[in-house]
Structures are given as structure tokens and as C-alpha cells.
Design a protein around this ligand. Structure first.
Ligand code: NDP
Length: 298
């Protein structure tokens, strides 16, 4: 039997991907539209290779077109900007994803700025950040979007709830806080200078942890009955003695301590990670519909 406290991002993401595949098939049949996602990888960072490969595979499994572009680690900024310009102009490409981090000689901000905001399926462009902050209809960053979907699925109406977001990065913390504000939560944004973080957390009915510090959020930081979304992905040594040299993944929340107090909690792995890729596909489908002027399926 499944544990009722577990918020199963893996299962939710599988359902979402199946729904997106059905919607993609319908778009093709009714409008001759096949959403296309271009992924750009510069260099051969092993983690980035894995991410790009799994994003490409998921894109194809949803029935969308996947275009992969690779540049050598020595590529210059001008070369990458030229590729982005070509992808902006290509009508078969509805979403552009430039895998970060980029090599040192390339300024990430310059590359993100060059992506057509309508094709910015990562939602990192300043135009999309601005739209999110001002109530406009832009592209929303995938990881916070996935967190919000799980929260709404679990809690329904979020209006009036006290939420805390741990972390203020441009890709997770800030857009997460904006999304919760848009849902009429009362939002606290915490960061490395926040005083008495434990007490701030304990007051919250919704805790979203995105700090990148293994098991930093202790069990007694979680208020009774809170809902906990753990975005963190941290690799730590596996317990001795059986696994010398091996590692395991943990979140930013001390899961075993936090779960008894929480009403619901996402595991790591199997929580937010799978949601991020599913939301990338959702954004690609949304972008394709908007660019073609057809209704975005609900
Ligand atoms: P960043 O390193 O960009 O930001 C971390 C944030 O946490 C900063 O705002 C920092 O504060 C804050 N912070 C750091 N230490 C503390 C502390 N001791 N107390 C309070 N706040 C602290 O990380 P990201 O936002 O990119 O990622 C966060 C985590 O989420 C990482 O583990 C990452 O791997 C994971 N992640 C997971 C994804 C997924 O698909 N599941 C996708 C993206 C990220 P300050 O600003 O003051 O420095």
C-alpha cells in the first residue's frame, strides 16, 4: 500500500507525461502541429550529458520533436549566440534549452538574454521573470512549476496559507515564491542570512526547501501537519560499512525526522526531480500552442 504521507512526484510526473503525449497526438491530428524542443549542450560535462540525454528521450516519448545541438567545450560566445539566433528563427523549434553550466568563456546571462522569450521553456529570461512577477502570461521555470503542481494536487486551494521558501536563486527560490504569492499564500523567502530559520520554518504550513545543503532542515523545524516539498539533490557518502566509496542522494530535508510531523512530504529521489522534466515538456507544448495561436490544452 502506498504511504499516504508521501507526495509521489514520480507517479504524478508519469501521469502528466502520459497526458502530454495524448495532447501532443491531438495537436498533430487537429492542427498538424508537432511541438519541438531544441537542447544545446556545450562541452562534455558528464552530468549535463545525462540531463540532455534524458530530456531528449522524454521529449521523443511524448511524441514531440527533439533536436540536439552540441558545441565543443572550446566554443566561443559568438558561436553559441549564432546557434541561438538560428533556433529562434526556426519554426519547427518551439522551445530552446541551453544546458547550464556553460564553459567559463561564455556569459550565461548573455545567452539566456538571446533566447526568444516565447521559446524560453526554462523560464530564465528576464522577460519571463518579469511576467511572473507582474502577473503576465510567460514561461514559468520548470522546477518551481512542478512543486506548485504537487502542492495544488495535495492541498487544493492554497489561498491564505503561510508558506516559506528556503533559497532565493533565480531558477528555484524566487520563482517559487512568486508562484506561491500568485496563489495568494503569505510567503516568507529565507536565505543564508535569515535569522532563526528553524522558528521561521516551524510557523509555515508549506515548506519548500531549495538550498542545496544535505538534510539541513531538521525534523523539529517542521510544524505539525505542514506540507514539505524538498527540491534539494545532494550526493553524500553511503552508510558504512557496506558501501565504501559509494554515494547516495538525499534532499535538503532530514526526511526520516520530518515525515512524522509533516502531513505530506516529497521523497528524494522520486519527488521533484521527475517533475522538472515533465514540466519542461509541458512548457514546450504550451510554447508551441502559443506560437501557433491554438488553445493550450487544459
Ligand atoms: P543555489 O545554490 O543557486 O541557491 C541556494 C540558495 O540557498 C541561496 O539562496 C542561499 O542563500 C540559500 N542557502 C544556502 N545555505 C543556506 C543556509 N544555511 N540557510 C538558509 N539558506 C541557505 O541553488 P539552486 O536554487 O540552484 O538549487 C537548490 C537545490 O535544489 C540544489 O540542491 C539543487 O541541486 C536542487 N535543484 C533541484 C532541481 C530538481 O530538478 N529537483 C532543479 C534545480 C535545483 P544566499 O542567497 O543567501 O546565498
Amino acid at each position: 500500500m502506498t504511504d499516504p504521507k508521501l507526495i509521489d512526484g514520480k507517479a504524478f510526473a508519469e501521469n502528466l507525461r502520459a497526458r502530454l503525449a495524448r495532447q501532443t497526438a491531438a495537436l498533430k491530428a487537429e492542427h498538424g502541429l508537432i511541438p519541438g524542443l531544441a537542447a544545446v549542450l556545450v562541452g562534455n560535462d558528464p552530468a549535463s550529458e545525462v540531463y540532455v540525454r534524458s530530456k531528449g528521450k522524454a521529449t521523443k516519448e511524448a511524441g514531440m520533436n527533439s533536436f540536439e545541438h552540441r558545441l565543443p567545450a572550446t566554443a566561443g560566445e559568438a558561436e553559441l549566440l549564432e546557434l541561438v539566433r538560428l533556433l529562434n528563427a526556426d519554426p519547427a523549434v518551439h522551445g530552446i534549452l541551453v544546458q547550464l553550466p556553460l564553459p567559463k568563456q561564455i556569459r550565461e546571462a548573455a545567452v539566456i538574454d538571446a533566447i526568444d522569450p516565447a521559446k524560453d521553456v526554462d523560464g530564465f529570461h528576464v522577460v519571463n521573470a518579469g511576467k511572473l512577477a507582474t502577473g503576465g502570461e510567460g514561461m514559468v521555470p520548470c522546477t518551481p512549476l512542478g512543486c506548485l503542481m504537487l502542492l495544488k494536487d495535495r492541498l487544493g486551494d492554497l489561498s491564505g496559507k503561510r508558506a516559506i521558501v528556503l533559497g532565493r536563486s533565480n531558477i528555484v527560490g524566487k520563482p517559487m515564491a512568486q508562484l506561491l504569492l500568485r496563489e495568494s499564500c503569505t510567503v516568507t523567502i529565507a536565505h543564508s542570512r535569515t535569522r532563526d530559520l528553524a522558528a521561521e520554518c516551524r510557523r509555515a504550513e508549506i515548506v519548500v526547501a531549495a538550498v542545496g545543503k544535505a538534510e539541513m532542515v531538521k525534523g523539529d523545524w517542521i510544524g505539525e501537519g505542514a506540507t514539505v516539498i524538498d527540491v534539494g539533490i545532494n550526493r553524500i557518502p553511503a552508510p558504512a560499512p557496506d558501501n565504501p566509496g559509494k554515494t547516495r542522494l538525499v534532499g535538503d530535508v532530514a526526511f526520516a525526522e520530518a515525515k512524522p510531523r509533516a502531513a505530506g512530504i516529497t521523497p528524494v529521489p522520486g519527488g521533484i526531480g521527475p517533475m522538472t522534466i515533465a514540466c519542461l515538456l509541458a512548457n514546450t507544448l504550451t510554447a508551441a500552442c502559443r506560437q501557433r495561436g491554438v488553445p493550450v490544452p487544459g
